[in-house]
Design a binder for this molecule. Structure first.
Ligand SMILES: NC(=O)c1ccc[n+]([C@@H]2O[C@H](COP(=O)([O-])OP(=O)(O)OC[C@H]3O[C@@H](n4cnc5c(N)ncnc54)[C@H](OP(=O)(O)O)[C@@H]3O)[C@@H](O)[C@H]2O)c1
Length: 301
């Protein structure tokens, strides 16, 4: 990678992408952030913003013009009947633009396993691996940022409904995923070429543990309550997920311990330990404290 090489970050307004844009800009890389709403995306000085929508492949040529390396992610709703279109469209645009290296944000098990989720992610990963460009796959487990979904539910009761609240996962800070992505995108010795990095955080915690840590920050005894499985399933279907996808996701959650293992990858790539949930919470405390008055001494007991 030369100092003049341009890196495109898709999903630049997302948890990983925003961290990645900041990190690349801070370390002197030329970076272009892609969003469907570029006017809403704040980027650091020196970074550029471009409009691009994976649903409109024609919009991607301007986004990829002059780009040397690209970070690809997908926010597409899984539809087993159609198969993925977003990442394949991004890859096609990258090939047209002469991009040299793609770094894909995948999921923990990638295309492995025999269900509809595996089939979906296998197609996405294949589009990158089969592109003819250099590639790196990132396969992270649960994101610590999933806890942000609780922030709006903390007014009132100290009990919060959390599906699978007692299932452990070594959740990862999106900033660490971004740091590994940045290492691959700025690699000069080919160390990340053809590498699949499965990523975890530094400790297995349950959502219930994470909620308790947020409670300690707020001085409240927050407790996770697990809703019954049929309610969880109905909620997932209401959110727009296809039934076959819901069934596969629930079967994985109930039948495997995927994501609970603490992996050495972040430390191996970055030369420092993965960030803890406490580190993540320190950096995102405003999401939980803003607009909330501190607990009174009696409610903090
Ligand atoms: N959450 C987890 O626990 C977890 C675990 C493993 C893997 N993952 C994977 O991580 C990814 C999510 O990453 P994230 O949390 O960083 O993202 P995020 O915060 O959910 O943000 C979604 C991003 O997708 C972009 N986007 C949505 N529709 C788009 C379109 N049509 N064209 C181009 N961009 C579009 C949005 O950009 P604009 O709105 O600005 O256009 C936004 O930046 C998913 O692929 C997920 O499967 C998540």
């Amino acid at each position: 990678m030369n100092d003049t090489d341009l890196v495109l970050v898709t999903g630049a307004s997302g948890h990983v992408g925003a961290e990645l844009v900041d990190r690349l800009a801070a370390t002197g890389s030329r970076v272009r952030a892609m969003s469907r709403k570029p006017q809403d995306v704040a980027v650091p000085v020196g970074a550029a913003v471009v409009r691009g929508d994976a649903d409109e492949p024609a919009s991607l040529d301007a986004a990829f013009a002059g780009v040397d390396r690209a970070f690809l992610m997908s926010a597409e709703t899984i539809d087993p009947d159609t198969g993925p279109t977003h990442v394949p469209a991004l890859v096609d645009a990258a090939v047209r633009a002469g991009v040299s290296h793609l770094v894909l944000l995948s999921v923990y098990s990638g295309g492995e396993g025999g269900d509809v989720l595996a089939a979906w992610w296998a197609q996405i990963e294949r589009s990158v691996v089969g592109s003819g460009l250099r590639w790196t796959l990132l396969r992270p487990g649960r994101f610590m940022s999933n806890a942000l979904a609780w922030a709006s539910r903390l007014d009132g009761s100290d009990e919060v409904a959390v599906p699978f609240a007692h299932r452990p996962a070594a959740s990862i800070d999106p900033a660490d995923i971004a740091a590994v992505a940045a290492a691959a995108l700025t690699d000069t010795d080919g160390r990340h070429d053809g590498a699949t990095h499965q990523l975890s955080g530094p400790a297995a915690m349950t959502p219930s543990d994470e909620l308790a840590a947020i409670g300690a920050l707020l001085g409240r005894p927050l407790r996770a309550v697990e809703p019954p499985l049929d309610q969880v399933r109905a909620g997932m279907i209401r959110s727009g997920m296809r039934e076959a996808v819901v069934d596969a996701a629930l079967a994985r959650t109930l039948e495997s311990s995927d994501g609970a293992e603490v992996l050495p990858t972040v430390e191996r790539v970055l030369g420092r330990p993965a960030r803890s949930f406490g580190d993540w919470l320190d950096a995102h405390r405003d999401a939980f404290t803003a607009g909330r008055s501190p607990a009174s001494p009696s409610s903090a007991v």
